[in-house]
Design a protein around this ligand. Structure first.
Ligand code: F3S
Length: 81
């Protein structure tokens, strides 16, 4: 399984992640991204059909704010750094 979370401290609201993975990422009122699945806790496994999308988002984020791992983040974007 894959898990994803957004580092909201470094997200610059560029708008790329929702464009490539609209089922997974959304924006708050200020355009800062979060994971829709689990309110950005990184605890909900990403459904298989969206894995390619989150990899695209990961690769396309200009501030490296999209995190992906094989284990749950439990709310901490830096859990595996
Ligand atoms: Fe933010 Fe990166 Fe998405 S800057 S809006 S997390 S592509």
């Amino acid at each position: 399984a894959k898990y994803t979370i957004v580092d909201r401290e470094t997200c610059i609201a560029c708008g790329s992640c929702e464009a490539v993975a609209p089922d997974i990422y959304g924006y708050d009122d200020e355009g800062i991204s979060f994971v829709l699945l689990d309110d950005n806790k990184g605890t909900e496994a990403v459904p298989d059909e969206f894995i390619d999308d989150i990899v695209d988002a990961f690769e396309g984020c200009p501030s490296e704010s999209i995190k992906i791992a094989d284990r749950p983040f439990n709310g901490n974007p830096h859990a595996f750094e």
